[in-house]
Ligand binder design. Structure first.
Ligand SMILES: [Zn+2]
Length: 65
């Protein structure tokens, strides 16, 4: 399973992540749990290097040619 950019299907996608500045602890589930309902925040939390834009992520379970 590979998470891809919803727009260009590229794999050079990034997801923003919160880090506790005092401990360097990463809070991996912040966007999934807290922001998915709103949509807008989740949208802003992803970045595609290929599109050079904030896009949406898409998880593809099937293999595409
Ligand atoms: Zn893209």
């Amino acid at each position: 399973m590979t998470t891809r950019c919803k727009e260009c299907q590229g794999t050079n996608v990034q997801r923003a992540m919160w880090v506790r500045v005092n401990t360097d602890e990463t809070l991996d589930q912040v966007f999934d749990d807290s922001y998915s309902a709103s949509g807008a925040a989740s949208f802003a939390g992803t970045w595609c290097e290929d599109c050079e834009a904030h896009t949406e992520l898409r998880q593809r379970f099937e293999v595409t040619p």
